[in-house]
Structure formats: structure tokens, C-alpha cells
Design a protein around this ligand. Structure first.
Ligand SMILES: NC(=O)c1ccc[n+]([C@@H]2O[C@H](COP(=O)([O-])OP(=O)(O)OC[C@H]3O[C@@H](n4cnc5c(N)ncnc54)[C@H](OP(=O)(O)O)[C@@H]3O)[C@@H](O)[C@H]2O)c1
Length: 234
């Protein structure tokens, strides 16, 4: 039975690039996104890789949508199919926050998207993870408490710090099964989120992240690494 890569937020940005590079490496991929009908680039890739790319709907913060994905997964990957790489990539950054005007909804939405969703999705997909699978949580150096030297994007920073803790918790929960869970910073990358001035190209960032993931061993589980493999301070 083939082992699959599953990517969230796969319709654009780094998620789409993960899909491209795993397909190019010959891996079958489940690409999830909020609106598959509008995911033009993904649907074109599905045409180029018949049978190797399944596009399924997932709004990562919606419990019903997560449950529906779990129900549909056996149809997509086959009853004995397993996931050997789960990329929790979907994320949100609310810009323009100012101290004195912080808003609970922005903070809650960031936490639900960037921390709660990857934690609960990984839990829901745990029965489908192959022994020795990798779970890559797309974090950010902005979630590094030790690296924070100024006020900025607090909802994003707090939610990525929470994701880092979720990563360590998952690493412990899944250790017995040999599943390795890491928090990964992709660099500052030219996507909608990173903007046009960012220093890294998406293909180079994802190539680096996949090299890091490929080189992980059991003792790396629960670490916070960047796209070059360097360890980041918590
Ligand atoms: N770019 C950078 O410089 C950078 C730096 C550090 C960390 N990161 C992290 O890397 C990851 C990917 O970032 P990116 O730069 O590719 O961002 P992006 O271009 O803004 O793409 C974000 C992706 O997340 C999806 N998404 C957001 N909320 C979702 C939800 N509730 N359910 C499902 N999908 C959802 C979006 O889907 P829609 O199209 O439906 O909105 C989109 O596919 C994020 O976790 C981000 O925090 C990026």
C-alpha cells in the first residue's frame, strides 16, 4: 500500500509548493483546501498526476469539516492506506494590530487556525499515521518567545508559540508509535503572507524543509527547526 503526504492549505503559497515537490518526488498526495472548486492550480496538478493527487475539502478550524475529512480519507487513500507525512501548513496572519486596540476575535481566530486546528487535526488523523510518520507543523520564528525583541503581530506570535507547545505535546503523545513531530520555520518567504519583499522563494524554502524532514530521526521529535535545519530558541 502506498504511503501518502497530506497537506492543509494546499491551494496556494507554501502548501501548494509542498504538493508540487512531493508529487515530483513520486509520492501520492492528499491536498486539502477550503474551496477545491476554486483551487485552479491544484486541479491542474491533479490532471497531470492522475491517481496520485486527491483534492479534498477542509476548513481546518471547522470541527465538522475535520470530521468529514476523516470520513472521506479511506475512499481517497484506500482502506489500508496510511499517511507518512502530515504537513499542517494552513495558517493566518492578521496584520495591522496596535496596542490599545487589540481585539479578542482576531486573537481567537489566530489561535484556532494556527494552534488549535493543527493539534486537533493531528489527533483526528492519528489512526491513519504510519508508524514512523512525520508531522510538520508550519510555525514561525515570530512564535519564538526568546527571539521576541519588540511588539508586533501579537495574535500571530502568540498563536505560533501555542503551536510550538502543541508540537511538543504531540511529540510526546505519538512517540511510542515512532511518529516524529516538529515545528518548522520556513524562512521569510514570498507568498501572500510573506509579501513580495521576502527573502526566500517558495520552491527553495520547501525544498529546504523537505530536506530537513527527510533527515529527521526519532530523537528530533519535539524540536523547533528552520528550513536550513538550524534549531531555533523557544
Ligand atoms: N510566508 C512566510 O514568510 C512565512 C513565514 C513563517 C511562517 N509561515 C507559515 O507557513 C504557512 C504557510 O504560509 P504561506 O506563506 O503559504 O501563507 P499564505 O500564502 O497566506 O497561504 C495560507 C494558506 O492557509 C490557508 N488557510 C487559512 N486558514 C485556513 C483554514 N481555516 N482552513 C484551511 N486553510 C486555511 C489559506 O487558504 P485560503 O486560500 O482558503 O485562504 C492558504 O492556502 C503558514 O502556517 C504560515 O504561518 C510563513
Amino acid at each position: 500500500m502506498p504511503e501518502w503526504t497530506l497537506v492543509t492549505g494546499a491551494n496556494r503559497g507554501l502548501g501548494l509548493e509542498f504538493v508540487r515537490q512531493r508529487l515530483a518526488a513520486g509520492a501520492p498526495v492528499v491536498a486539502t483546501c477550503r474551496q477545491p472548486g476554486r483551487a485552479t492550480a491544484l486541479n491542474a496538478l491533479a490532471g497531470e498526476h492522475p491517481g496520485h493527487l486527491k483534492v479534498l475539502p477542509l476548513d481546518a478550524i471547522d470541527p465538522r469539516s475535520r470530521a468529514e475529512l476523516v470520513r472521506e480519507l479511506p475512499l481517497a487513500i484506500g482502506k489500508g492506506g496510511r499517511i507518512d507525512l502530515l504537513v499542517n501548513n494552513a495558517g493566518v496572519l492578521h496584520g495591522g494590530e496596535r496596542f490599545g486596540h487589540l481585539d479578542g476575535d482576531t486573537l481567537e481566530h489566530s489561535l484556532r487556525t494556527n494552534a488549535v486546528a493543527p493539534l486537533l487535526l493531528t489527533q483526528a488523523l492519528a489512526p491513519w499515521l504510519a508508524g514512523g510518520a512525520r508531522v510538520a507543523n508550519l510555525s514561525s520564528q515570530l512564535g519564538s518567545i526568546a527571539g521576541t525583541t519588540r511588539f508586533g503581530t501579537p495574535s500571530y506570535a502568540i498563536s505560533k508559540a501555542a503551536l510550538n507547545m502543541a508540537t511538543v505535546q504531540l511529540a510526546h503523545a505519538l512517540r511510542e508509535r515512532g511518529v516524529v513531530v516538529v515545528a518548522l520555520h520556513p524562512g521569510w518567504v514570498r507568498t501572500n503572507m510573506g509579501g513580495g519583499q521576502a527573502s526566500e522563494a517558495p520552491d527553495e524554502s520547501v525544498a529546504g524543509l523537505l530536506r530537513v524532514i527527510d533527515g529527521l530521526s526519532a530523537s528530533d521529535s519535539g524540536q523547533f527547526l528552520d528550513w536550513t535545519g538550524a534549531r531555533l530558541p523557544w
